[in-house]
Ligand binder design. Sequence first.
Ligand SMILES: CSC[C@H]1O[C@H](OP(=O)(O)O)[C@H](O)[C@@H]1O
Length: 353
Amino acid sequence: MTLEAIRYRSGSLQILNQLLLPHETVYEDIRTVQDGYDAIKSMKVRGAPAIAIVGCLSLGVELRAGAGGDDPVTFIRESLCHLTSARPTAVNMGRAARELMEFSENESMEKSGKPLRDSVIGWIEEMLERDVGDNRKIGNFGAQHILSGVPRDSVTILTHCNTGSLATAGYGTALGVVRSLHSLGRLKRVYCTETRPYNQGARLTAYEAVAEGFPATLITDSMAALTMREKGITAVVVGADRVVANGDTANKIGTYQLAIAAKHHGIPFYVAAPSTSCDLSLESGRHIVIEQRPAEELTSINGVPVAAPGIEVWNPAFDVTPHQLITGGIITELGVFLPSELQAALTGRLTAL
Ligand SMILES: CSC[C@H]1O[C@H](OP(=O)(O)O)[C@H](O)[C@@H]1O
């Protein structure tokens, strides 16, 4: 049973409020672009692919209600710009916005034989379907690649943050690899880090793993290196918010130190991400904008203060892992590639073996 972060049925949109998980399962209506922006900004919905999907679907829902009057193109442009500003590090929303804006400006009644609104809504729904299919390919390519190194045994995976059904359109990226390994009967265990301060691991990945019956163990972020030394980790597999041209990858804070620990222990380190999470316009990770989140997300848990009042806080939501530490490869829906092969793979000049 994959959990539904997003419910989109006959034009109505609901999101699962992930701030309340795992204790409460509450779906909230998204009727406008502003509803979508607020849900993304507050992290009621999160995960690079899910952010793009909810952002675009919120535009579709408001368009279906007639928004934009006799100038829908302006409404579409302003809405996409607003939605992209909600969270700057993940590339998916910005990419979808650029592509949808280009489509909207080039589409016309003469071309499609139907109102622009209908064409745009159709484009958004096709994006949703494509994401669903791509995620499953990521899971399968990643599982095959990891198993190719251990032909008979089951494997033990360490993962970070949440990259499953609650972060995507369904199958997941890094957790999709875990899902594929489990479905093949080859997952010995997955260790998931709690992922402070939002606790995506403890609250979301653990929730998904229990719901799906994965053999899973929750660890604190500070236990990751010891777990690599003591627990026979076969591979570390994480998601991505933005993979740039040289393979440097922005992902949830704490990913960089996992990569360093994996290198020290000789454990292959994989990034699992759809091509829509890749940004070839940036040469290296030093150009990636890192979102800074509110201090309260670190100084309190569920509204209960856990830090000394008055302490200053640094709360970057992401860090950048240099491509040299991504030793297993970058798992995409096109195949698994070394960082140095990524540009050729994404521009169609290289296909997976
Ligand atoms: C497939 S989700 C990718 C990525 O998004 C998460 O960040 P957040 O929970 O802040 O949206 C995390 O970095 C995942 O790896």
